[in-house]
Design a protein around this ligand. Structure first.
Ligand code: CP
Ligand code: NVA
Length: 299
């Protein structure tokens, strides 16, 4: 049976720590291997990407494999060829699928009809590769992840859902502040809580941030929600992560953002460009962590 990585919870808790340590080793020792020699991994993207696409293409090469990128709009998927047919065809050419798409159920269809590993490169529901990289970014500064308070300020979106699962796996306390109507999906919150996440949802950003070592946010309108931008700007008034909000966090607290950012909306220019901001390390760690995740799948 192939291994898949659709959410963080696909990696058993004890193995997740090993994956994190391996990603750190990959980074520190600039690890290159031939694990994927002779293997081709297909990247199928239905949404735009800079970091995820490039870090996967580079990472697959650094593990000795061949990445092939397919923009879905240029393939027959863009002309409505069913995913279940695509899954069976691509399984005969390649050794893995790295997929950025809309609904998580599309990944489940690829798993059901294909017979090669499927990796979630972002869906409407989750962004597990990003959060695993974020775990590495926090671990590098504070290895005791289970003792941390992490704040999420903003939309209860794919990133928030993955931070919930991250709490279940790595043990930190997560406090999410979001406006009414923009809560995490209750079903996904339940999945995280049932897996052991220590999470609460509040309305006041200052309450979420109070004493937190890490303050996270993300765009207010995710890919696919562009037409809601104006409505969301109004709903999220007061949710900007700015210097006043950061002042309530723990001493030496860090600001995190998966990027791309909307400066002056979810975060002020001053906080984003401040020494507290660790966003470039987060972006770099995508490469190292994804190599470790691929190794977890193929080794
Ligand atoms: N953070 C992230 O996933 O960035 P991209 O959309 O550029 O891949
Ligand atoms: N929540 C954002 C994350 C982008 C990396 C989105 O889905 O567009």
């Amino acid at each position: 049976m192939p291994k898949h990585f659709l959410t963080i919870l696909d990696i058993p808790r004890d193995e997740a720590k090993q994956v994190l340590l391996r990603a750190k080793e990959m980074k520190d020792n600039k690890v290159r291997t031939d694990l994927l020699a002779g293997k081709t991994l297909l990247l199928i993207f239905e949404k735009a990407s800079t970091r995820t696409r490039v870090s996967f293409e580079v990472g697959v090469r650094q593990l000795g494999g061949d990445p092939v990128f397919i923009a879905s709009k240029d393939s027959q998927l863009g002309r409505s060829e069913p995913l279940k047919d695509t899954a069976r065809v691509l399984s005969r050419y390649a050794d893995g699928l790295i997929v950025r798409t809309f609904g998580q159920e599309k990944l489940e269809t690829l798993v059901e009809y294909g017979d090669i590993p499927v990796v979630n490169a972002l869906t409407d529901e989750y962004h597990p590769c990003q959060i695993m990289a974020d775990m590495l970014t926090m671990y590098e500064r504070t290895p005791n992840l289970e003792d941390l308070k992490v704040a999420w300020v903003g939309d209860g979106n794919n990133m928030a859902h993955s931070f919930i699962n991250g709490s279940a796996t790595f043990g930190y306390e997560l406090v999410i502040a979001c406006p009414e109507g923009y809560d995490p999906d209750p079903k996904l919150l339940d999945i995280g809580v049932n897996a052991g996440a220590k999470v609460s949802v509040v309305r006041d950003p200052a309450e979420a941030v109070c004493g937190a070592q890490y303050v996270n946010t993300d765009v207010w309108a995710s890919m696919g929600q562009e037409e809601e931008q104006k409505k969301r700007e109004a709903a999220f008034a007061g949710f900007e992560v700015n210097a006043a909000l950061m002042a309530g966090a723990a001493d030496n607290a860090k600001f995190m953002h998966c990027l791309p950012v909307h400066r002056g909306e979810e975060v002020s220019e001053a906080v984003f460009e401040s020494p507290a901001s660790i966003v470039w390390d987060q972006a770099e760690n995508r490469l190292h962590m994804q190599k470790a995740i691929i190794e977890w799948i193929y080794k």
